[in-house]
Design a protein around this ligand. Sequence first.
Ligand code: AMP
Ligand code: ZN
Length: 471
Amino acid sequence: MTQPVLYDSLTRSLQPLTASDGETFRFYCCGPTVYGAAHIGNFRTFVVQDLLRRVVEASGLQTKHVRNITDVDDKTIRQSQEEGKSLQEFTSYWGERFHADCEALNLLPPHVEPSAVDHIAIQIRLIKRLIEKENAYVADDGSVYFRVTSFADYGKLSRLQDREITTASAGAVQSDDEYDRESAADFALWKAHKPEDGPNAWPSPWGKGRPGWHLECSAMSMEYLGESFDLHSGGVDLLFPHHENEIAQSEAATGKPFSRLWFHSTHLLVEGHKMSKSLGNLFTLEDVKARGFTPMALRYVLIAGQYRQPLNFTWDSLNAARSALRRLQQLHHDLAQAAGATAAQATADWGPFQPVYDALANNLNTPDALGKLFTAVHQIERDLHAGQVSGDAARDFLVAFNRVLDLFGFRFDAESGPAAAPIEVQELAQARWQAKQDRDFARADALRAQLTELGWSVRDAKDGYELKPSA
Ligand code: AMP
Ligand code: ZN
């Protein structure tokens, strides 16, 4: 079995994905802030983390996957107040919505999903430890800050120099009531209650308040994974200051290395631009479905690019993903037919898909893996159509194919159309769509006539088409 490797942002090198206890790969993913629907950029990060877990498990390790729910921070508090809802009512609504989206995208549920609000006591304990060790101090208003100069390794992840850290931190978190920090780089572990927080405050030895976001992740990751664990992950925007601060708090408190590896995925862009509400290009899974695409097509698009490269989302990429998935589904169907009733043997063999696993094990090289997948698919399709695949061989291919589909996390559901059209029909439909895009309407009409003759009707939507057997 090829040993998987991954680019580690801390050492800036490829590192083997091994379990430090030899058995279970323990990892933490910074979870969603539940103040609205997660967007497709957030899901790039969560899908890539899911893929990482699948590859580690396929390599023979068990995993322990912890992903938190950020339910108390400036955004959840502000938004719940605006809507006149309790924090609990507000965040549980968006938390449920997040889970439904994760299910639709076939994300494996984490083994533990702690919420910050449910873990206030352990967060207070961690702050106490830091105060005792003089890594933290209490300000006049009852807020507690981490003393950045007390942690010599501060900056080891982001490799910022002193001056840059001060400037970056000041820009990132300065607010009017943080004037009593000793240094601009110091960050809040505990935020004293302010009137705009409404009822969202908890008692602590320093007065009423709430935990700082960075602290939440340190406390919850160590609670469930131990003080030292294998990997910590998030989108690249979290590298500084969030992850840098997590390292400082955790290592200052325990005196032990926190996470061994750091995994960051690059952001998703939409039509070449950063996603933002004001540009009107911030999309959710709901938007994708409203345009007639399945969650699986989105999953496909989100993993089609290598995670360290920016990924440019376009509606057209969903069309291509839809065709690719239909082709996989068709092969699945054809293999099942050819295998007939022959009983499947469980196997740990990748068969013709070995190069696919190898590509994923190589720093999650998804474009290469998909390329290798379709090379194998093409070969099997050819042999099948030439009648050169026996029932037994079809069954073996099918077992390996199911494994590889599961490795990518592709699942065929009713939505993606079990009546997947034969490959020739799909190709005709794709060619017709292309002709339409090229405004070659005569060709598009001729192709539609061919489809009708073959018993298929095609219905266009704004960004794609739907194929159905003619009534
Ligand atoms: P949030 O809900 O804002 O806390 O973010 C949840 C996760 O999504 C974090 O790991 C972020 O780094 C990640 N993220 C945010 N925006 C994007 C984006 N445009 N592309 C990829 N990941 C993102
Ligand atoms: Zn976090």
